[in-house]
Structures are given as C-alpha cells and as structure tokens.
Write a protein that binds this ligand. Sequence first.
Ligand SMILES: NC(=O)c1ccc[n+]([C@@H]2O[C@H](COP(=O)([O-])OP(=O)(O)OC[C@H]3O[C@@H](n4cnc5c(N)ncnc54)[C@H](OP(=O)(O)O)[C@@H]3O)[C@@H](O)[C@H]2O)c1
Length: 242
Amino acid sequence: MPTALITGASHVLGRAAARALARLGWSLIVDARHPVDLADAVSGLPHVTAIPGDVTDPGHRAELAATAVRLGPLDLLVNNASTLGTSPLPPLRDYELGELRRVYETNVLAPLALVQLLAAPLANAAGVIVNVSSDAAVEPYPGWGGYGSSKAALDQVTAVLAAEEPGVRCYAFDPGDMRTRMHQDAFPGEDISDRPEPETVVPALLRLISERPPSGRYRASDLLTVAAGAPTAPPSPAEVPA
Ligand SMILES: NC(=O)c1ccc[n+]([C@@H]2O[C@H](COP(=O)([O-])OP(=O)(O)OC[C@H]3O[C@@H](n4cnc5c(N)ncnc54)[C@H](OP(=O)(O)O)[C@@H]3O)[C@@H](O)[C@H]2O)c1
C-alpha cells in the first residue's frame, strides 16, 4: 500500500486530495491546525493517521516525520498547507515584515523542513514531492507580492531539489484559481462562485503522481487539457518566465 503525507488536509484541495488518494488505497498521514476540522475531513477513511498541528512548529514536523518513518518508505509528500498572509492584500511597500516572515515560514521553510526530515524515506520509495504553488509565483499581481514571492521561492526550492535529488520526482503544482477559503480571503466581499471547485483539480494532481513526468512546474489546467485530449502524452513542464 503506497503512503502519502499531505499537509493542510482539512479543507478544500488538501481534503479532496486526501479523500481521492484514500479511495485509491493509499495509506495517509495528514495534518492541519484545527483538530475537529481535520478529524471531520478524514472521517470514515481507512488507513489514515491524522496529526493536528502547525507546519511552522518544528515539534509538529518531527512528529509527522517520525510517523512517516515508522510506516516505512514514503511514496508522496504533498506540501499543501499555506497562508495567504495579510488580507486585504497590501502593497509590498506597506507589508508588515513580521507578517511576511510568517508567510515565508509557512509557505517556504516548513515545506523545505519536511523535505529535509523525509529525504531518506522519500528516496527509499523513489517517491514524489508535490509543492503546491500558485500563478502568483510567476505573475506580478499588485497586492500579491508577499504570498507570490513566497510561492516563487517555493518554486525555486522545488527546482533545485529536482536537480539535487534525481531519485525523487519534484513538482511545483499550480492548481489555478479555486473556490476556497483562501481565495475568498484574497477577494474579500467578492462573489467567487465562478471559480472552479477544488475537486476539479484533483484529477490533475493524480495524473502527476501516477504518470510521473519529469520533475518541474506543472499547471493543473495543462494536465487536465492533455488528459482530455491526448491520454498517452504527459505534458511538458510549464514555461516559467525568467
Ligand atoms: N484557493 C486558490 O484559488 C489557490 C490558487 C492557487 C494556489 N493555491 C494553493 O493551494 C493550496 C491549498 O489552498 P486552499 O485554497 O485549499 O487553502 P485553504 O482553504 O486556506 O486550506 C489550507 C489548508 O491548510 C491548513 N493549514 C493552513 N495553515 C497551516 C499550518 N500553518 N499548518 C498546518 N496546516 C495549515 C488549513 O487548515 P487549518 O486552518 O486548520 O490549519 C487547511 O486545511 C495552498 O498551497 C494554496 O497556496 C490556492
């Protein structure tokens, strides 16, 4: 039975991914900060170890890693937990630096710390790392400089890991806009009901995991387009502006 660790599995994308993988027979380790939401997200799923906690807490990360090591080789690490930072989104010249530090702790340092702790079990499984990114990593949207620059850093961490760890597939996965709590926070008071449901993105994530194309940055929309039009050819990594 393959094993995955998914952070931020209590809501929307993380929750949908966890439920989809559990249905496919995966054993899961999941986390999120709020224990009741986390328990609710994985209720009824077999082979799930839910460990509430904050990914920025080294003690919590150590507990996640110890559990993964105890279970054996780790086939998949999905660094999904993330923070948008200040809402409404401030311009960079006004960004409070303590808050920006918290954004980087959550979106860059915590994912890298988990990779560091789990490098051995991931290598033993010839596993997959999926770092969930955003189009804000490559598009200079006004107001998105804090979150976007953290995701750009995460993309580069992913790219360098791919060069350094050839035995492990390393993906930056851009899910595109989704109708989630985070997206609503980015557009306070706006109607976001036209954004796709997170469940529509999960098939793209599953494609990445099952077909294991070369390490790189992938957009869900590209993976889904190729899946619909040409099922035998995995897409190439997305072109990222220099
Ligand atoms: N929504 C979009 O349109 C969009 C677009 C592009 C990329 N993304 C990316 O997609 C991923 C999922 O986003 P989402 O919209 O589903 O976010 P979300 O609705 O805010 O859910 C985030 C999940 O992570 C958990 N989490 C947040 N901070 C955490 C922490 N410090 N430690 C542990 N768990 C934590 C949350 O639960 P707790 O609050 O209980 O901790 C929740 O389960 C993120 O990486 C995001 O950057 C989203």
